[in-house]
Design a binder for this molecule. Structure first.
Ligand code: AMP
Length: 440
């Protein structure tokens, strides 16, 4: 293409990605693939199976599943009236649909819809985009990605057991270790069962009574409708007041306390370190008993890499059978951000840049590239009209280990010039020795 043709047109206004969304470009995408393949491997070790649910659902699913009073449902969802009802011949207005802000509600809906318990499918994981209209900043996007897992099943399948909570937390510690992410911190709490929370909410309302006017508008609303959500508040001026409120740990009944104790005993026995934090109540209404978050120091203000908890009543609230469950969602964007340099090694550069030299050599080089790629080498195939100097520059720029020159001479003698781009050393190598030589 001519130099002129490569210039950006300036007359027409360019279109940019929507605020809060972003393009993931190479080599960054290789880090994402590294995380995803390591994660899939860990899930396989623990016998989890992948589920893929639609990225939009009926709005009601989230309203009922996540909770009307949560920040997610009350302010952050991408919701629209869909007209499909009309074009399908149905009367009346379209239905309200929403881009999924999280995936647990969708997984539980699918669990109920397909009666997954009948197939013994009770350990599921997903990887995919989620959408929330939050104020964009580093580590916080409007389209972001979550890797999540759910253990859900009828009580007879043992999903209520504290052993499942501990297993899931140990899985997460294993995953972070495999990704060589250090300095993570597990914060753990139990938010009890519905009855505990009813008593706790009453105590909170009482404690909030005399101080509520000093809190932010959101907290004043929460205090009236769902006082537990006051703990989601991020307003600095409110924190000293919130710190004086009673804590859920004082309101757990005996079964909930024992459940929580057993989770901790197993964690101690597998040596997964944790810190108790009885302010941790999580921003979604469906949680019961165990609630947790993993944070990472290097992430700055948005330091939560992942969160999760138990949701024993969620299936029933979505019209399903009794199905205790526990799950987590990792923020993949933040997980990738907290990877050290270890991920760089996982990004494989081309083994060889194959440079056809002179007219007619594209054909020959295509055959040679096919041979090498069949041996699982990463081959970048050049172009016969490029001069050797240009080919070598391109090869270095993309970080290829070797440059392999394929000119008329090489093809007729069957001996090729193989140049190590790091050392500059060049050797003559016979065609049938190329693969072992490049792999060396
Ligand atoms: P949640 O579903 O709110 O419990 O979030 C689970 C995890 O998803 C969090 O710990 C974050 O790592 C990640 N996350 C949530 N919201 C966002 C966002 N807007 N942008 C990036 N990551 C997010």
């Amino acid at each position: 293409m001519s130099a002129r043709g490569e210039e950006l047109t300036t007359q027409v206004e360019t279109i940019r990605a929507v605020r809060g969304t972003r393009d993931l470009l190479p080599p960054e995408t290789a880090r994402w693939n590294f995380v995803e393949s390591a994660t899939r491997e860990v899930f396989r070790n623990y016998n989890f199976h992948e589920i893929r649910t639609p990225i939009f659902e009926k709005t009601e699913l989230f309203a009922r599943g996540v909770g009307e009073e949560t920040d997610i449902v009350s302010k952050e969802m991408y919701t629209w009236e869909d007209q499909s009802g009309k074009s399908d011949g149905a009367a009346g207005a379209g239905q309200s649909l929403t881009l999924r802000p999280e995936n647990t509600a969708g997984v539980v809906r699918a669990y109920i819809e397909h009666k997954l318990w009948e197939r013994g499918l009770n350990k599921l994981y997903y990887i995919g985009p989620q959408f929330r209209r939050e104020r964009p900043q580093k580590g916080r996007y409007r389209q972001f990605y979550q890797i999540g897992a759910e253990v859900i099943g009828p009580p007879s399948s043992g999903t209520e057991s504290p052993a499942r909570d501990a297993e899931l937390l140990e899985l997460l510690a294993t995953l972070l270790d495999r990704l060589r992410i250090q300095d993570w911190r597990l914060e753990l709490n139990s938010i009890g069962c519905e009855e505990d929370r009813a008593r706790y909410n009453q105590a909170l309302r009482q404690a909030l009574g005399p101080v509520v006017r000093k809190l932010c508008d959101d907290c004043q609303r929460r205090a009236a409708t769902n006082p537990l959500r006051v703990f989601d508040c991020k307003v600095p001026a409110d924190q000293p007041i919130i710190d004086t409120l009673p804590r859920i740990s004082q309101f757990l009944d005996e079964p909930c306390r024992q459940h929580f104790d057993e989770v901790q005993r197993i964690l101690n026995s597998v040596r997964v370190p944790y810190t108790l934090n009885d302010r941790l109540v999580r921003g979604l209404d469906y949680y019961t008993r165990t609630a947790f978050e993993f944070t990472h120091g290097a992430l700055g203000a948005q330091n939560a890499i992942l969160g999760g908890g138990r949701y024993d009543g969620l299936s029933e609230s979505l019209g399903g059978p009794q199905a205790p469950g526990i799950g987590f969602a990792i923020g993949e964007d933040r997980l990738v951000m907290s990877l050290g340099d270890s991920a760089e090694a996982a990004v494989r550069k081309p083994d060889v840049y194959l440079a056809p030299l002179g007219p007619g050599m594209n054909q020959e080089a295509a055959r040679l590239a096919r041979e090498l790629r069949r041996q699982n080498l990463i081959v970048e195939l050049g172009e016969e009209s490029f001069r050797l100097k240009k080919s070598l520059e391109l090869a270095s720029k993309m970080g290829a280990k070797y440059a392999l020159i394929a000119g008329e001479n090489e093809l007729s003698t069957g001996v090729f010039a193989l140049k190590n781009l790091a050392t500059g050393e060049q050797r003559a190598v016979a065609r049938d020795r190329l693969v072992p030589e490049i792999q060396r």
